[in-house]
Write a protein of this length. Structure first.
Length: 254
């Protein structure tokens, strides 16, 4: 295994050793309809190592789905790897780009099959430009193709430099990541609020499932419930960083 440049120290909020993380996981879970709803953004599914180890590249076994919630503070970035294919959902703030790049390198990612910007707020799109400057991507998705900020413009710029246009998915679209099946659940329509326009993804892998909701708020949540979308999941990435305007009671009941 090749040595890697040590990753930036992440204080506070470093990922925990397995035993401590397991205890934290147990303390931060609630049970509803036999589903585990994870209410923390720093739990690393399968606990196969964390970037701050900073010494060696981690070799991931095939035949498994690996999910990391990267520590980008009060921002969002999630990495999924399955059978050698990789998907990055959001990239944190602009200043998080180097950390996201270093994380992908340590987890052995050399290219991305899907880069998904759930919506155009800087704390979700900011780090994606720097990441796209380092890693080729097959598909680049966002909830919009135009937005008047430098962070979003740079994201589009680096996608275009790879010959990739921004793709806008529709509810009901499906694709695979290795053996994992991904379904686009939302947004159901164009909302005036950027947060409500977040791309919502369901990831199914065998009997395990994940919901990624970006910054979707209660209005879009309620409409998603009314649509009959399948919302029961093993793991829920809570909306809008756990704010009071997201992950409402009606949505949680599902």
């Amino acid at each position: 295994m090749r040595s890697r440049t040590p990753l930036p120290t992440r204080q506070p909020g470093q990922l925990l050793p397995f035993t401590e993380a397991a205890a934290l996981f147990a303390a931060l879970c609630i049970f509803a309809h036999s589903a585990v709803l994870v209410l923390a953004a720093l739990f690393v599914w399968r606990m196969l190592g964390s970037p701050e180890d900073g010494k060696t590249q981690i070799t991931l076994p095939n035949g498994e789905l690996h999910v990391w919630f990267l520590d980008v503070g009060q921002a969002d970035s999630s990495l999924l790897v399955c059978d050698g294919q990789a998907m990055l959902i959001d990239g944190g703030n602009v200043d998080d780009a180097s950390y996201v790049v270093a994380s992908l390198e340590q987890y052995g990612v050399t290219s991305l099959d899907y880069v998904i910007n759930t919506h155009c707020d800087e704390d979700h799109v900011g780090g994606l430009a720097g990441m796209l400057a380092k890693f080729p991507a097959e598909h680049v998705w966002s909830s919009t193709a135009e937005y008047g900020t430098k962070a979003f413009s740079n994201f589009v710029k680096y996608a275009n430099e790879q010959g990739r246009a921004i793709e806008i998915p529709s509810p009901g679209d499906t694709f695979t990541l290795g053996e994992a099946e991904i379904t686009v659940l939302g947004p159901l329509r164009d909302y005036e609020n950027n947060n409500e326009n977040s791309i919502v993804l369901r990831v199914d892998y065998g009997e395990t499932s994940f919901l990624f909701t970006g910054d979707m708020g209660i209005t879009a949540e309620d409409e998603l419930v009314e649509s009959g979308a399948r919302l029961d999941a093993t793991v829920l990435k809570v909306g809008h960083h756990g704010s009071a305007g997201s992950t409402g009671y009606v949505f949680l009941r599902e």
